[in-house]
Ligand binder design. Sequence first.
Ligand code: UD1
Ligand code: CA
Length: 505
Amino acid sequence: MSELTVIVLAAGGGTRMKSKTPKVLHTLAGRSMVGHVLTAVRDTGAARVVAVVGHGREQVGPHIAELMPEAVIAVQEEQLGTGHAVRVALEAAGLDTSTGAGTVLVAYADTPLLQGESLRALAADHEASGCAATILTGRVANPFGYGRILRDATGAVAAIVEEKDATDEQRAITEINSGILAFDARFLADVLPKIGNDNAKGEYYLTDAVALARDAGLEVGAYVLDDVMQTEGANDRAQLAALGRELNARILTRWMRDGVTVMDPATTWIEADVELAPDVTILPGVQLLGATKVDEDAVIGPDCTLKDCEIGAGARVVRAHGELAVIGPKADVGPFSYLRPGARLGEGGKIGAFVEVKNSEIGAGAKVPHLSYVGDATIGEGSNIGAGTIFANYDGVKKHRTTIGTHVKSGSNVTFVAPVDVGDGAGTGAGAVVRQDVPPGGLALSAGPQRVIESWAQAKRAGTPQAAAAEAATEAAADGTSDEREATHTPDPGVGDPRGGARES
Ligand code: UD1
Ligand code: CA
């Protein structure tokens, strides 16, 4: 292939978006529209890329520069038409066409389904034919708004006529200009100054280059793309959503072909930069966003949103919301878990129901099964954190860390007041407020001994069902029909059972 230059037109207004955000910066599948186009352009291996910006250029220019630092950004001060835009691009590129400078492809920045493969095929077809220009065309049921392809008696391309300039007969033509064209660079440089603006829109139409080529005795080719959706633009938010759904469907199909099970494609959303291994299973209602990576045999869903997360092999994640979290192999998360940035769960570990984790490491095999907040903590391997545990990391001014050793068993309803260290093999009693370090193997208790005021209900709640129940039980005990009283008054569960009823499931 000869040297390739790609021009991406991104100067248009996009007023139908009704947005303070320029049209080409609106996103689908986790990327801006222009970001998708640049991905396709990068795939052509082009020697030179020029992006033409105008409307919203203070936002669009830096965005393109970030995604593709090597791209030349050309500013089109006034949007005088696609022909004018390409002229601005060629000037900015400083392309020397005197010796013939290969092929120039023109594409638009608002066609997010475009694939690099299609651009490469167009360039290859164009170069093989030796035509002055080759149009990427499509056949559509409703050609309204598009430039129509006029062919002569021999079937050769003669011209492109724009919707507003077309006769009724021409408007009936269903072969359309996708907007993507390939040009011989020298021909393009010669023809651009010859394009006028005497037409319905008063614009310099790039498409007039076709008839001018024919007038000069040169040939113009047409490369028909069957998958016309690749060249469809989104002009308003309804079209953006429609293209977004189509792009998602294409991404899902690709993953299914690569060995991923997607139970319900209609409710599954996977963004363009997500990576999945074979034999991953995705259940209904799942959104995998950003740079999320899922390793083989993991099962995600139902109902999860994971953004920029890493999920290890064989992990199970159910009804969870996660961002910038790492879930180890064979780990178990959910249902109803909230994993905030910096949450890291080791191999075989568990983050259970109604547990929030932030900036914390939970070691291999360690478990936080129920109703807890884990913030700024390190929990060693094999430790079990009791139900309702709070890692109090914030003193109102600063955040502090808690370190829990390995194989620690903490009771239910414990508060770790950071900064505090709990040694390996240590434990805490139910309801403890742990403010001081606990040595390895130690048991921390802070709940006071239990006190019982006998017959309190009868004295203070007389006449209530509570008092009546107490009365009846007391009478029954006096009659010697029950000896349960002793058993129900364990002196101090916090001391008697260090785990205080913490479940270990
Ligand atoms: C254009 C084509 C038409 C084709 C259709 C496909 C021309 C004259 N017509 O029509 O044949 O069927 O696209 O969608 O080329 N732009 C600039 N600077 C400008 C003008 C446009 O950067 O001065 C950009 C716009 O941002 C847009 C693209 O070029 O991305 C197309 O411009 P637009 O005005 O939408 O052309 P259409 O009328 O759709
Ligand atoms: Ca358009």
